[in-house]
Ligand binder design. Structure first.
Ligand code: SF4
Length: 99
């Protein structure tokens, strides 16, 4: 997956008629950042907060513990996974950037 970033570059030119500026819009196609997500299941107390905040990434299993059903996430899911990790009462959700 790729994301498109837009940068504006301002260029000034000093000519005999005055100072002019040009604006260039530079579009860069960049690979999307990726993060690895995992739950330390030894620490998980099964409260379900993560699955309720970010059900696209976290799910409760038959043992009543959470797991990351998507282990590699991109920018589209990062904010919700991060909010779930910050809301976990025992801080057992790990998010590590890999790209
Ligand atoms: S919020 Fe933390 S403790 Fe609660 S279910 Fe999710 S991973 Fe487990």
């Amino acid at each position: 997956m790729y994301s498109v970033r837009s940068f504006f570059i301002l260029s000034f030119e000093d000519t005999t008629k005055g100072l002019y500026h040009k604006v260039f819009n530079l579009l860069l196609v960049m690979p999307m950042a990726k993060w690895k997500v995992w739950v330390d299941r030894e620490m998980c107390i099964g409260c379900g907060v993560c699955a309720s905040i970010c059900p696209d990434v976290f799910e409760m299993d038959d043992e009543g513990k959470s797991y990351a059903k998507i282990e590699l996430i991109d920018e589209n899911l990062y904010d919700c996974a991060k909010e779930a990790a910050e809301s976990c009462p025992v801080s057992c959700i790990n998010i590590e950037q890999i790209e």
